[in-house]
Design a protein around this ligand. Structure first.
Ligand SMILES: NC(=O)c1ccc[n+]([C@@H]2O[C@H](COP(=O)([O-])OP(=O)(O)OC[C@H]3O[C@@H](n4cnc5c(N)ncnc54)[C@H](O)[C@@H]3O)[C@@H](O)[C@H]2O)c1
Length: 353
C-alpha cells in the first residue's frame, strides 16, 4: 500500500516540518493543504508563502493544495480522492489574543475545520492514524492555581506534585481559556470522540510552545521566533506581566514530527498527550533574552506592561512521562539552546520579510 500523508497547515511551522520528515525520512508521498490564512490573521509578517515555495521547490513528490479547511465539501472531496494513510491536522487560528477579535473565524477554523477533517477521514479512511495539533490552552488558566515559587529569573512550581510538569489529567473545566483555548478544546474533545465513539486511531497533541527555524513569528504567536526577530532587528519586545518570569516549555518542530511518526507507526485510539519540551527545555522570557543575546551579540530591547494577557499561564511545562511511557523510542533531541541557535541562523538567512 502506498504511503500517503495529508498535512493541513503545511506551510506553517509544524505542518512543514511534518511534510519534510515524512517525505525524507519515511518515504511518504506528501499532500499539503494551506491557504496562507496566517497572513490574513497576522498581516505580512505572518505570511507563509515562502515556506510553501520552499517545500514545492525542495521536497520531491510534494503537492500543495490551496484549500480552506472551512470548505467542507472541498475537504471531503480531497480526502476521498487521496484516502491518505496518515493525516496530520496542524492548520489553525493559533493565537489566543487574536481570537477575541475574530471569534467566528477562530471557531470556524479551529473547531468546525477539525470536524470537517475528522468526518472526511471517517468516511474515506477510518483506519488511518489522525494526529490533531491541540494546545495546552485546553487547560485554560488552571495551571495558575498551582502553588508557585518566585526564583530570580523565573517562576516554578512549589507543589512537588507538579515537579515533572503538567500531566494530561489536569482539569480542562471551569477556568479561563481565551476564545482560542475554547475553540481548540472543542476540537480536542471531538478528536477524542472520533477515537472513542468511532474507534478511529486519533490523538490530540496538547502543545506547549512549539518552535523552530521555520516559524513566521509575530507578536501574537510564535514566542521564540518573534523574540529572536526583535533581537536581530533591534526592535522592542513587550513583556506583558508576571515580571517577565513567565515560563514556557519549548519543543523543536523536528521533535514534534518525530513524535507524530512514532504515533503513526503504533497508533492508539482517542489518546491525549502533553507534547512540549518539558522542564529541561523550559525558559522564562528573561532567560530567553539572555540565550538570544549570546548568539546575536545584541542586547535585547524590551518594555514592560503590568497587565498580563488574559488567561495567560504564569508557569507551564509539560510532564513528558506519558509520551515516554507509550513511545519509549521517542525523546527530545533538540535542546533549547540549540533551537534558539537555529532560529537565529534561520532568521539571518531567510529570504522574506
Ligand atoms: N506554535 C505553538 O507554539 C503552538 C502551541 C500549541 C499548539 N499549537 C498548534 O499547533 C498547530 C500548528 O501551529 P503552528 O505554530 O505550526 O502554526 P502556523 O500558524 O505556523 O501554521 C498553521 C498554518 O495553517 C494555515 N491555516 C490557517 N487557517 C487555515 C485554513 N482555514 N485553511 C487552510 N490553512 C489554514 C496557516 O496559513 C498556516 O500556514 C496549530 O493547531 C496550533 O494551534 C501551536
Amino acid at each position: 500500500m502506498s504511503k500517503t500523508l495529508l498535512v493541513t497547515g503545511s506551510s506553517g511551522l509544524i505542518g512543514s516540518e511534518v511534510c519534510e520528515y515524512f517525505a525524507r525520512e519515511l518515504g511518504y508521498v506528501v499532500h499539503g493543504v494551506d491557504n496562507n490564512q496566517r497572513a490574513v490573521f497576522f498581516g505580512p509578517q505572518g505570511d507563509t508563502r515562502w515556506n510553501q515555495r520552499r517545500l514545492e521547490q525542495g521536497l520531491k513528490g510534494f503537492s500543495h493544495h490551496e484549500l480552506d479547511i472551512r470548505d467542507r465539501a472541498g475537504v471531503l472531496a480531497l480526502v476521498r480522492s487521496l484516502k491518505p494513510s496518515v493525516i496530520v491536522h496542524a492548520a489553525a487560528q493559533p493565537s489566543h489574543d487574536r481570537a477575541a477579535a475574530i471569534p467566528f473565524d477562530d471557531f470556524d477554523t479551529n473547531a468546525s475545520g477539525t470536524l470537517n477533517l475528522l468526518e472526511a477521514a471517517r468516511q474515506a479512511c477510518p483506519e488511518s492514524p489522525f494526529a490533531y495539533m491541540s494546545t495546552n490552552k485546553v487547560y485554560g488558566d488552571a495551571p495558575n492555581r498551582i502553588a508557585l515559587q518566585e526564583l530570580e529569573t523565573r517562576w516554578d512550581y512549589a507543589d512537588p506534585a507538579y515537579s515533572h510538569g503538567i500531566p494530561e489529567s489536569l482539569t480542562v473545566d471551569q477556568s479561563t481559556h481565551s476564545v482560542f483555548g475554547a475553540s481548540k478544546l472543542a476540537a480536542d474533545v471531538m478528536a477524542q470522540e472520533y477515537g472513542r465513539y468511532f474507534g478511529m486511531p486519533t490523538c490530540c497533541l496538547r502543545g506547549g510552545c512549539l518552535t523552530g527555524p521555520n516559524h513566521s513569528g509575530v507578536e501574537l504567536h510564535g514566542f521564540l521566533s518573534y523574540l529572536v526577530r526583535c533581537n536581530l532587528e533591534g526592535r522592542e519586545y513587550r513583556i506583558m506581566g508576571y515580571k517577565g518570569k513567565q515560563v514556557r516549555d519549548n519543543i523543536h518542530s523536528l521533535d514534534v514530527a518525530r513524535f507524530i511518526a512514532a504515533f503513526a507507526q503504533a497508533p492508539r485510539k482517542g489518546e491525549v498527550y502533553n507534547l512540549g519540551g518539558g522542564k529541561a527545555n523550559s525558559t522564562s522570557i528573561l532567560e530567553a533574552f539572555g540565550i538570544a543575546e549570546s548568539f546575536t551579540g545584541k542586547a535585547q530591547a524590551y518594555s514592560y506592561v503590568e497587565q498580563n494577557r488574559i488567561g495567560d499561564h504564569i508557569c507551564y511545562y509539560s510532564d513528558l512521562r506519558k509520551l515516554r511511557n507509550h513511545f519509549p523510542s521517542w525523546d527530545i533531541t533538540q535542546s533549547l539552546v540549540e533551537t534558539i541557535r537555529q532560529i537565529v541562523q534561520a532568521l539571518r538567512d531567510r529570504p522574506h520579510v
